[in-house]
Design a protein around this ligand. Structure first.
Ligand SMILES: C[S@@+](CC[C@H](N)C(=O)[O-])C[C@H]1O[C@@H](n2cnc3c(N)ncnc32)[C@H](O)[C@@H]1O
Length: 264
C-alpha cells in the first residue's frame, strides 16, 4: 500500500483511474440536508448568494439548484476538471454558476459577500480548519450562514468496507474531527446559533454478489482515495476475506449538518 502522499496523489490525479469516478452519499441523506438548508433560507425572499467550497462534481450544488430556486452559485474547487465536469452537467434551466478554481484558503473572495457558505464532505481534506472557518466568517454577509455536511468519526460504522479497505479509515478518520470540536471552533471564531442535525442512513447489501458488483464498478467513494495499484491490492485482500463471510451485511453511517450564523 502506498503512503499518505500517494493517496492524495490518487485523489487529486486528474488522469488517475479514481479521480472523478466515485459514487457519493445515498441521495436520501443528501435530500434531507437540502431540505434543512431550504428551511433555513426560506425567510430570504431576494436572491441568495451561495459559495460551495469543494464543490467537486457538483452533486449537492445541482440538487440545491433544483430545490431552491433563488440561489446564485459560486462553485470553488481545487480541481479544474471537476469544476468543468460540474459545469457540463449544470441544468440548462438554471442560471450558470460562477466557477472559481483554487485552494479555498489561498483564493481571494470579497469580504461580507455570501449569504451561505456550503461545504459538503470536504472539511476532512483541510489541515488548518480553524483558518478555514475564520476565512468563511470573513466572506459571509451579516446574518449569513455556514452549512457543513460531514461525518462524526464515531458515527461511521461500516462493517465491510471500512474494515477491509483500511485506507479509507486512514484518510478520512484521522482528519475528520468530532462534531463537538468543529462546533467549538465555530463558537470561538464568533459564529452564533450553532445547530447540529444528525441524518442517519443505512445501506444494506443483501448478498455477496451485490458487494462484488460494487467493488467491480468501484461504486463507492472510498475508491477515490486509491491509485490503481492500491485498488488491486485492496480488492484481493477484500475477496480473500469475503470467502469467510456469510449472511447479510450492512454499512451504516450518520451524516451530520452543522449550521452556524454570523450575527455581527
Ligand atoms: C469528497 S469531495 C466532495 C465534493 C462535493 N462537495 C460533494 O459533497 O459531493 C471533496 C472536494 O473538495 C475539493 N477540495 C479539497 N481541498 C480543497 C481546497 N483546499 N480548496 C478547494 N477545494 C478543495 C476536492 O477537489 C474535492 O472535489
Amino acid at each position: 500500500m502506498g503512503s499518505r502522499k500517494n493517496i492524495y496523489q490518487s485523489f487529486f490525479d486528474f488522469k488517475g483511474p479514481n479521480y472523478n469516478s466515485y459514487a457519493r452519499y445515498p441521495s436520501e441523506g443528501l435530500e434531507k440536508c437540502i431540505y434543512i438548508l431550504k428551511e433555513k433560507l426560506k425567510h430570504i425572499k431576494k436572491d441568495i448568494s451561495l459559495l460551495d467550497i469543494g464543490s467537486g462534481l457538483g452533486v449537492p450544488a445541482i440538487k440545491i439548484a433544483l430545490t431552491i430556486p433563488n440561489v446564485h452559485f459560486t462553485l470553488n474547487d481545487i480541481s479544474i476538471s471537476l469544476l468543468e465536469s460540474c459545469e457540463r452537467k449544470w441544468p440548462k434551466s438554471i442560471n450558470k454558476p460562477t466557477l472559481v478554481c483554487g485552494n479555498f484558503l489561498k483564493t481571494y473572495f470579497n469580504f461580507n459577500n455570501f449569504d451561505v457558505a456550503f461545504c459538503s464532505f470536504m472539511l476532512h481534506l483541510i489541515n488548518d480548519q480553524y483558518s478555514f472557518f475564520k476565512k468563511v466568517y470573513e466572506i459571509l454577509k451579516k446574518d449569513g450562514v455556514v452549512f457543513i455536511v460531514t461525518h462524526d468519526p464515531k458515527d461511521i460504522s461500516s462493517l465491510i468496507f471500512h474494515k477491509y479497505f483500511p485506507r479509507f479509515n486512514e484518510i478520512d478518520q484521522i482528519r475528520m474531527k468530532p462534531i463537538g470540536k468543529i462546533t467549538a471552533m465555530l463558537e470561538d471564531i464568533g459564529f452564533k446559533e450553532i445547530e447540529v442535525k444528525r441524518i442517519e442512513y443505512q445501506i444494506t447489501y443483501d448478498s455477496i454478489e451485490e458487494l462484488i458488483e460494487i467493488i467491480e464498478k468501484k461504486d463507492f467513494s472510498a475508491f477515490a482515495h486509491y491509485n490503481t495499484e492500491e485498488y488491486e491490492v485492496a480488492k484481493e485482500v477484500f475477496y480473500d476475506r469475503l470467502k469467510s463471510l456469510e449472511g447479510v451485511y450492512h454499512s451504516s453511517s450518520i451524516m451530520s449538518c452543522i449550521i452556524a450564523k454570523k450575527i455581527a
